[in-house]
Design a protein around this ligand. Structure first.
Ligand code: FE2
Length: 172
């Protein structure tokens, strides 16, 4: 056996392989992240803006998750949406929001009040609508893993949720 070290082979580096995506964080791990951050207003309070258009700002982005700060004036809502296969969690830091989701056939539309100090966490298939139905503003902190790559929007119709649009990062 001879080594194949022909001159034209020497010095050629192996083609770099793309590093595999890190495993996504669990909903519970994301819940811990948003809960802890919600309890540290010095980390985000100075960034909050209240705007008649929906306002949000990304606080952190890593290989395996991202964190967003969102404000809610009374009446502001997301509409029903998914998270493009990402897991997620949100904590209410100030005020309170309401979360709508579809339960099973017997449960129908579920409406949960999510007050300051509480958090919700969900898996990759979850759909919900988050809204501020309270008289004052609210601030929430959200984490997604992997970082959001797309979301789809849905309308609640008589037969259930119908997908109506898809958005990528360039739209948010
Ligand atoms: Fe969401």
């Amino acid at each position: 056996m001879s080594l194949d070290l022909a001159p034209d082979r020497i010095g050629i580096l192996p083609t770099p392989q793309p590093t595999p995506a890190p495993a996504p964080l669990s909903p519970n791990a994301l819940r811990k992240i948003v809960r802890e951050l919600a309890e540290q207003p010095d980390q985000w309070l100075h960034r909050v803006r209240l705007a008649s258009d929906r306002w949000y700002e990304r606080l952190a982005l890593t290989d395996d998750h991202e964190v967003w700060l969102i404000s809610w004036l009374p009446g502001q809502s997301t509409g029903f949406h998914d998270h493009g296969g990402s897991r997620g969690a949100f904590a209410v830091a100030l005020g309170e929001v309401e979360e709508l989701s579809l339960g099973g056939a017997e449960q129908g539309l579920l409406i949960r009040r999510v007050p300051a100090g509480s958090a919700r966490a969900f898996g990759p298939e979850y759909l919900h609508d988050v809204r501020n139905t309270a008289p004052g503003p609210a601030v929430t902190i959200h984490a997604y893993s992997p970082p959001l790559s797309e979301i789809s929007r849905y309308e609640l119709r008589a037969g259930g949720l119908v997908r109506t649009a898809q958005e990528g990062p360039e739209q948010w």
